[in-house]
Ligand binder design. Sequence first.
Ligand code: GCB
Length: 584
Amino acid sequence: MLYPEQTVTRTLADLNGLWKFTVEKAPIDPAKPLKDYQWMAVPASYNDQIMNLAERNHIGYFWYETTFNVPTEQLSKRNVIHFGSVTQNAEIYVNGQQVGKHIGGFTPFEFEVSDYLKAGSNDLKVRLNNLLDNTTIPSATHERKDGKIIQQNRFDFYNYAGIHRKVSLYTTSDTYIDHIAANYQVNGKVTTVSPDIKIIGNYDHVALSILDEDNNVVATGDDEHALIIADTHRWQPLHAYLYRLKVDVYAADKLMDSYTQEFGVRTVEIKDHQFFINGRPFYFKGFGWHEDSLAHGKGENLPQVNLDLNIMKKIGANSFRTSHYPYSEETMRLADRKGFVVIDEVPAVGLYESFSVTLAGGVKEGQTWQHLNTSKNHKLALHEMIERDHDHPSVVMWSVANEPASQEPGAHEYFEKIIRYTKQQDPQQRPVTVVNIMNANADKDLIGDLLDVICLNRYYGWYVDFGNMDQAKKDLKTELEKWHAKFPDKPIMFTEFGADTVDGMHSLYHDPYSEEYQADYYKANFAVFDSCDYVQGEQLWNFADFTTEPGMIRIGGENRKGVFTRDRRPKEVVNLLKKRWLGD
Ligand code: GCB
């Protein structure tokens, strides 16, 4: 599947805007106009556009409806409706008929609708639900109680739902390009590009060209011979450089389809417990982040993303993880252009049967791998993420899960299959990791041998050794040494570490939750990282405060571990980061 673009052979119509929306309280006939609706902006989550609390938090089914016009002559083309993402699961209806279904809330999907459209006005409905269970990722449980569905999420972010990313209608001819991967090998200055192109329909030849950033054609060829870039300009962290591969498909000298795909040339390698990009050791400086903003919820918000990446660059960050799901395609394109290094994470969060973020629940042992049945949807999401993101030079590693129960029996068998599958899907054979939870420590974890990089989420000085930084340092160091002894050749990096901090709260005694405590916490962690040369990165948790379920330790329904507030006001620790990362 390609990102929808208008080209000389393709038209593109934007179906975003104000749609009708309603909560499903009784069966709804997709052939009839929605009744009792309210207006809802698309793309966005519906939750924070609603003033009725019960509807905001409702677990179940929802309907969206819009109408759009199709010119008569467009009916002679192949018409496709494309969704950037619908969270969590969707059924799509055109003019009252179901055209398809999709499971999973963070990856694109599309359906050919040529046979369902008519000239003039057309009706498009989306029935979606925000239901998660032991077969889905993210993973959760739900049950029906007194006529209501109660859902227990095993993750720490609000389960926003809705049509989160752009909706578009595009056309192609009957012969069209279905897939492009700009696969390449680079050796010094010379890059050999051997694209993998899938074309549906009849054609007789394919013309390829590669353009540089100044629009110069630097290589030409066809789909049977490799293209050579003789004097390659590499994509480098924070110094992006992008090429474009133009694919033209002809039948009897008629241009049937034309599409241009961006890519960048860089290498990724792991050796001697280091992570190399283009042959140079790379140290990850940055954040775990969330798609989370005022009124949009988890809906795409490109100005916010642009601002966030500009803030990160300004304070010396060079990387982020798409915690805990693939971010919008626009975010990935921006990361490519700004030179951010990305760990791309699939929404496999909550693969931990007995996990609970409440203090009362704690984290206990369970029988995750006997009771969860996520493998099919996990693979589907991996396939869709890699199909979407394989050509982004920013993506240097796949994270195939966040904090699964990797210490429980069955974890190795589960992840062996998942990781093998990931490697099979990726034409670039990038490193693969699973982000490790604190209680699957070096003594208990069962899957470290399968991973290319050991990624740790650690909270010494917060969930453990709360208020006692000296002990926190000792315990962190002890654990790090154990990981290094177990896997001396693997790089170790921190994908999360942080302390909840109420902005504006100051304390003479540096009490927990104060801005002073957050700064102390990071100083202590940095001191330990700096004493271990095998530590290859630090991504703080989190870039900004974000919305989650309200709880005893989630004041105001927010996780407050941001170094910025949700409205991007800096906390004191930002000065420390600038000093550390920029030497300012
Ligand atoms: C974690 C999770 C993250 C939470 C964080 C926290 O380990 O990966 O989703 O938000 O801890 O703040 O508790």
